[in-house]
Design a protein around this ligand. Structure first.
Ligand code: BGC
Length: 794
């Protein structure tokens, strides 16, 4: 196999602080005493006394109005991400009323704004400049859910490092990432920004990203401050509708939502962002419990808290504040240090201090956390250190970054199905490929949503370009767009529009028919059909929820017509969420999920379709059969009437937890993902049948690559405790390792479990273990595992 090795994180000397099983990841979120972990920047630790003295002096000089100005975050005009825009921000910076700005990248643009703060305000306090650098700044890596599908922490860290390097030369020193909201509802558009449904994987990814963005010195000119967002519960929006309410039990909140955030505090994340949602009756942005009791007092967070976009103002429609002024009082007293866009702190905090509703000491505390970060970023030494055109020219979109983006992209693709070894395409057997679909040659969609300053016109490599580059003259590519993914062509939309007689729709029908014909004729003259279908990139991301998970537009109809030709069919899906792929699963020979693969996506897809790289991604989120199964996730509870599809006496199964019109099982399970090669798992070996309170259990399995290709496998470890004072899920991911195997190679893969790995929130929310019987599973997917048992003893 012609496997080109691209620069990997290991080659770049990146190390990660997470072990294969992260025993400490979930500990002590509620009851256990702990020493607060300081923000891990060597720079400021060495100079803490000097920093304190400097900031004391500065605060002593500041008027109340100047202090409140530091608590204000304004949006510039680039990539605006919300409803409200303030064209006064330059004047406000000059008057010392802005502490930070975002949506304002560009070394020169940032410098001009910084100059206003440094040279034209009384105290010359520099601005923090932020941006949503989610999966790349200009070199765009795969959408976050795709990065999670790599199950490769080094890849996630590398992506964040490259993003930080590019951004920190281009005027930015703060990113609003990682998003660590745990998600279970693919209707919610922001699943694309998440690491999926599992708390262990999400936590590991969040920590890797914080490490990648921040490095170990915030003042370095290749790092940026990270933001743990959205705190908390946003990912459980009811019915998958964005900004909707979250109502979650205390147990669930602490078991699945809190751990990634706690782990990011321990990893030294510099800032936190509040969530938009109402959490159990209290909007997160006004929650003293979350922002002060948990975050500061229990977890010892020392950075600053920024609200989400106008989230303080939204306390009014939430029905939690009477008016804007009341909202400012609630949010500030709850612990929100910085107001994003809403301008309620600058509008009302001074009055609230005069009325005794907010204390100036508390304002001083918030100002201090923000000034400390400015110090740690090195802004008081040199406010222009992140505005360096020469460095930007060197860093942005350089060859190493592009190669890294290509490597991470190909690692993120998940081979969902591959009958008759349809993939990889056999160059010696085919002369032509029909390439069909609205995403086959769409530069605009390649980089997905939240793609920061990524270019959508020229830079992205499409699948058409990637295949042409890979196959050259050897294989003819017959391209036809063939179908549309636009909602306007959905049957229901067309019918609704016909009611008011829109001729454009009829013309639309005619042009769809023409496109389909072109696709059929391209397919007729080709040996194999490769369809690149899915969702337009704007269908996921913020404010992009859907009620259907089917492929939009007439894509399905076109696939059905192509199927009639009886040729081998490959579907490459580009989408930010799990879709309903039932038809494709039954009718198409091979399906590769490519998420939104980023700037180098077309090359990465060609690497995989051609067999230069064997797919190694695994699903970070369950793919349902239909939207009716949502929420569906692998680590569910068993119920009192679990359904057994294998019971020969199906009458016995009638009054069981099941659907009349669908199997319970998903279409593709969490952790699923095929390879071109074949991995054989030997028997599990346990070092003991028991695990003692101070002991360790060593588990090993021999894994062999018995296929013809070199490839990577993600070996997954799950446990299940049979009985608990709180019922336990049927499986919980406790460890994974992504390992490379040459063809014919065997390796012994070992995991170590300690009682800490088996701890949970027991009855009464007491964190700890309970003695008892456990199943231990190791395998290639959550639904394809081998089982052993052991006992945890007191
Ligand atoms: C989003 C955040 C984002 C912010 C700034 C909000 O609408 O919810 O995730 O960081 O905008 O762009």
């Amino acid at each position: 196999m012609n496997k080109k090795l691209l620069p990997s994180a290991i080659a770049l000397g990146i190390s990660l602080s997470l072990p294969a099983t992260a025993a400490t990841m979930f500990r002590d979120t509620i009851n256990v005493e702990r020493t607060p972990a300081p923000v891990s920047q060597t720079h400021w630790q060495d100079n803490k006394a000097e920093m304190d003295a400097f900031i004391d002096g500065l605060i002593a000089k500041m008027t109340l109005k100047e202090k409140i100005g530091q608590l204000d975050l304004q949006s510039g005009f680039r990539n605006v991400t919300g409803p409200f825009i303030n064209d006064e921000y330059e004047a406000q910076i000059r008057s010392g009323q802005v502490g930070a700005i975002f949506n304002a990248y560009g070394a020169d643009f940032g410098r001009a704004l910084q100059k206003l703060a440094v040279e034209e305000t009384r105290l010359g306090i520099p601005l923090i400049v932020g941006h949503d650098i989610i999966h790349g700044h200009k070199t765009i890596f795969p959408q976050s859910i795709g990065e999670a599908a790599t199950w490769d922490l080094e890849a996630a860290k590398l992506s964040a490092q490259v993003a930080a390097k590019e951004a920190a030369a281009d005027g930015i020193m703060w990113t609003f990432a990682p998003m660590a909201d745990l998600v279970r509802d693919p209707r919610w558009g922001r699943v694309s920004e998440s690491a999926g449904e599992d708390v262990f994987l999400s936590t590991a990814m969040a920590v890797a990203r914080v490490e990648g963005f921040q490095g170990d010195d915030l003042a370095a000119t290749d790092t940026v401050m990270a933001t743990a967002k959205h705190f908390v519960g946003y990912g459980l929006a009811q019915a998958g509708r964005d900004y909707h309410t979250t109502d979650v039990s205390e147990h669930e909140l602490w078991t699945t939502q809190m751990p990634p955030f706690k782990a990011m505090v321990d990893a030294g994340v510099a800032t936190f962002m509040t969530a938009f949602n109402d959490l159990n009756g209290v909007p997160a942005t006004g929650s003293q419990f979350l922002l002060t009791d948990v975050l500061r007092d229990q977890w010892g967070f020392e950075g600053f808290v920024v609200t989400d976009y106008t989230a303080i103002n939204e306390l009014v429609p939430h029905g939690y504040a009477r008016d804007d002024k009341h909202a400012a009082e609630i949010a500030f007293n709850a612990g929100a240090d910085m107001d994003m866009v809403g301008q309620l702190y600058t509008g009302y905090l001074a009055e609230l201090v005069a009325e005794g509703k907010v204390s100036e000491e508390k304002i001083d505390q918030s100002v201090r956390t923000i000034l400390e970060m400015k110090w740690r970023l090195g802004l008081f030494e040199d406010p222009y250190r992140y505005n360096d055109e020469a460095r930007a020219a060197r860093e942005i979109l350089n060859a190493d970054n592009l190669e890294a983006a290509r490597d991470v992209a190909r690692k993120s693709f998940v081979l969902l199905k591959n009958d008759n070894q349809t993939l990889p395409l056999k160059q010696d057997e085919i002369d032509s490929i029909a390439l069909i679909g609205p995403l086959a040659d769409s530069k605009f969609d390649m980089i997905g949503n939240w793609a920061a300053a990524g270019d959508r016109k020229d830079q992205p490599v499409t699948v058409l370009e990637g295949l042409k580059a890979r196959f050259g003259r050897d294989v003819k590519i017959n391209y036809a767009q063939g179908a549309t993914y636009a909602y306007i062509n959905d049957k229901a939309t067309i019918e609704a529009s016909q009611g008011i007689g829109v001729p454009r729709i009829e013309e639309g029908h005619r042009s769809l028919a023409r496109d389909m014909k072109r696709a059929i004729s391209a397919a007729k003259k080709s040996d194999v059909i490769v369809m690149v279908m899915g969702e337009e990139q704007r269908m996921s991301g913020e404010a992009s929820s859907r009620v259907e998970l089917t492929l939009p537009g007439n894509q399905q109809a076109v696939m059905e017509e192509l199927k009639k030709l009886g040729k081998p069919m490959v579907l490459v899906v580009m989408s930010g969420r799990p879709n309903d792929l039932r038809w494709a699963d039954e009718n198409v020979d091979a399906i590769l999920h490519a998420w939104y693969p980023g700037t180098m996506g077309g090359h990465a897809i060609a690497d995989v379709l051609s067999g230069d790289y064997s797919p190694s991604g695994k699903l970070p989120m369950t793919f349902p059969r239909s939207v009716g199964q949502v929420p569906i996730f692998y680590n569910q509870k068993n119920t009192g009437r679990p359904f057994d599809a294998n019971n020969p006496n199906q009458r016995q199964e009638h009054y069981k937890s099941r659907y009349d019109d669908s199997p319970n099982t998903p279409l593709y399970a969490f952790g699923h993902g095929l390879s071109y090669t074949e991995f054989h798992y030997g028997e599990l070996t346990l070092s003991s049948e028991t695990l003692t309170p101070d002991g360790e259990l060593h588990v090993s399995v021999n894994v062999s690559n018995v296929g013809d290709y070199a490839g990577e496998e993600v070996i997954q470890l799950y446990t299940r405790q049979h009985v608990g004072s709180i019922t336990r899920p049927v499986k919980e991911l406790k460890g994974f390792q992504k390992v490379h195997f040459e063809s014919g190679e065997s390796k012994t893969i070992s995991f170590t479990l300690t009682p800490e790995d088996l701890a949970f929130y027991r009855a009464g929310m007491r964190w700890g273990t309970e003695a008892g019987e456990f199943d231990l599973f190791i395998g290639t997917a959550s639904d394809q595992v081998q089982k052993a048992t052991f006992t945890l003893i007191d």
